[in-house]
Design a protein around this ligand. Sequence first.
Ligand SMILES: Nc1nc2c(c(=O)[nH]1)N[C@H]1C(S)=C(S)[C@@H](COP(=O)(O)OP(=O)(O)OC[C@H]3O[C@@H](n4cnc5c(=O)[nH]c(N)nc54)[C@H](O)[C@@H]3O)O[C@H]1N2
Ligand SMILES: Nc1nc2c(c(=O)[nH]1)N[C@H]1C(S)=C(S)[C@@H](COP(=O)(O)OP(=O)(O)OC[C@H]3O[C@@H](n4cnc5c(=O)[nH]c(N)nc54)[C@H](O)[C@@H]3O)O[C@H]1N2
Ligand SMILES: [Mo]
Length: 705
Amino acid sequence: MTLREQDGPVSVLPRQFPTNRGGLCQKGWTSAELLTHPDRLTTPLLRDPTSGELRPASWEAALDRIATGIGEVQRRHGRDAVAVFGGGGLTNEKAYALGKFARVTLGTRNIDYNGRFCMSSAAAAGMRAFGVDRGLPFPLSDLGHADTLLLVGANPAETMPPLVRWLTELRQRGGTLIVVDPRLTATARQADLHLQPLPGTDLAVANALLHIALTEGYVDDDYVATRTTGFTDVRRTVAGWWPARTEALSGVPVADLEATARALGTAERAIILTARGAEQHAKGVDTVTAFVNLALALGLPGRPGSGYGCLTGQGNGQGGREHGQKADQLPGYRRIDDPAARAHVAQVWGVSADELPGPGVPAYQLLDSLGTDDGPRALLVFGSNPVVSAPRAARIESRLRDLDLLVVTDLLLSETAALADVVLPTAQWAEEDGTMTNLEGRVLRRRALRPPPPGVRTDLAILATLTTRLKGRAPSYRLVHSKGPLLTAANAAEAADSAADGEREELAADPRTVFAELRRASAGGIADYAGIDWARIDAADGVFWPCPSEDGPDSPRLFADGFATPDGRARFHPVEHRPAAEEVCAEYPLHFTTGRVLAQYQSGTQTRRVAALRQAAPDAFVELHPDLAGRLGVVDGEPVRVLSRRGEFRAPARLSSAIRPDTVFAPFHWGGAARANSVTNDAVDPISGMPEFKICAVRVERVAA
Ligand SMILES: Nc1nc2c(c(=O)[nH]1)N[C@H]1C(S)=C(S)[C@@H](COP(=O)(O)OP(=O)(O)OC[C@H]3O[C@@H](n4cnc5c(=O)[nH]c(N)nc54)[C@H](O)[C@@H]3O)O[C@H]1N2
Ligand SMILES: Nc1nc2c(c(=O)[nH]1)N[C@H]1C(S)=C(S)[C@@H](COP(=O)(O)OP(=O)(O)OC[C@H]3O[C@@H](n4cnc5c(=O)[nH]c(N)nc54)[C@H](O)[C@@H]3O)O[C@H]1N2
Ligand SMILES: [Mo]
């Protein structure tokens, strides 16, 4: 695609900002490349019934096919037979609009999103302990001032490079960095102490740390007595996790457990952070809870410069989980089964509370039910590529193929879009306004630099148009850009119609209007945005929620005076170690875990197309210890096959003494024959619905054999 004259090339420049101090990772620096990439979708695609191929089509034809398909499915199978799958990369406005589109336009309970695969376990643990789920209840810069920082299952040197400056600052100030990871990662190399447990044993490690804190006298009895409830049962549980027993299970030496407990227990300011390594397990909620218990016992949450937090993932990982694209949720982090929440949101939406559907099912369960007798027959995907990123992906792929109608909205033809009946081309970050909320609960602006290319529409415009069609009415929304009209040839006619129709708003296409409505819908909720407007965000470096009133303060720090529970006290929950859902055996003798590399992002749709990133990380790989490789007769670079009970994938072996000899690692950024998720286990956490991406049992074979 060539650039039109009026829009020159977009480039990414650094800006001084308190969260990253102007730092960006390579994916940030190269992100403008995709705006004009030749693979970019610039027209809808429709599957040709005769040839079975995707062919360019007009918006009219694509929208007709979707409206007809949805109408038919809902007439024959009921409203819940149409499902929606969203993404944590969507702006707050889009996440909000998607939830409203599902509940009001489609009237379906079946909506969930990829954040279920991402932060749901930490979210659930935070909710039950603190009554609120905000990644960090303090600004990120606190990390630089901590005396001890414990990172559990987090590799920010590769997954959040701008954060590394705070780790450097901490170490320069003489602080102690401790990393818990089965691999000696780029992050762990910077640590003073690296604990290298067997995957899936973090819960036991946390219980042992609290056990030692109790025996060595680091527990803050006053804090526990006045600010928490439920410690007695936790004390009893951790009594069983003496250090030697924990060493036998996890492989972490007693001396390292003791040194960690001491570093946390004697620090003036201590912070404990978890990320996906600890969370993506069938016991992820309990594992995070074990670290929250430790933090509470040491009196950290709410103490200046101290606390517990979870590192978020996607661009809008935090905001994406607040505004109603979750199966059980309404905007403002409200519960969809709470009558008061339903009444409030129904009134903002101009519908009756009885009309709002009840809770749906979590992402994996939803995907796994598609096309089955009781499951949805149609699916609309916005901002996710589950063919690559879902656990047990071959099964999900076949479920998607069984649908009567699959609609995917994307910038590129992802592996999931390639299976769709209809593909809609959508705008990218530099082409639309909106807000995102970062891991600190800080609401930030995303600014449109120019309009989308001809033929491309924003997700919001797509949802608005679909709403109008599905309601069988003339378009009744306005397509107005916040900096003036943003009309493409394709939507000008609709906008003219809408003016004639008296501009009754069904679902706004303009992000500013959507944000104004989101504020009202979130008012009084946990994630209260009522006092946040775009001007206020611009005037400061973002605004921290909760922010209930325009003239009142925002909330950079939570928990100084109390927790968001009914009695203001944090809740301990006793949690016990349990084995992984699938244990190793003679046939599948190795532990398999997955994660990320610096130069690739997620399912890879975007980053695999950027030349510099492809050069930095061209291929999938299987990381294994030289001792293990020796036993298998595998040499570095040789293609190997990784097999589990669910399937297999192939990639070159990468020998590295940074990994435990009993564990194999692969990144999940590639599809096709190199898809790591072909082997991962679809066991899920009973509370959060988080799949067990971080451990299953495999066998590794030489391909040549
Ligand atoms: N480069 C890059 N950056 C990204 C992303 C990306 O795809 N690429 N994705 C973004 C998103 S959505 C997310 S969620 C974040 C994720 O950020 P992280 O959580 O930092 O990323 P992961 O690589 O998934 O997992 C972190 C570490 O967990 C370790 N691990 C595996 N199993 C276990 C275990 O049982 N216990 C412990 N303690 N550790 C274990 C892995 O070895 C890995 O080093 O990154 C974000 N940033
Ligand atoms: N084995 C294994 N699997 C994992 C993980 C793991 O650690 N191990 N991590 C899990 C985690 S934490 C996550 S977050 C998921 C992520 O995995 P996915 O949910 O697949 O997320 P992405 O790869 O970011 O997919 C986003 C898709 O939406 C498109 N897109 C980007 N922006 C927009 C937009 O604004 N609108 C629309 N309509 N489309 C857009 C992109 O081009 C891309 O095709 O993977 C999970 N899967
Ligand atoms: Mo994520």
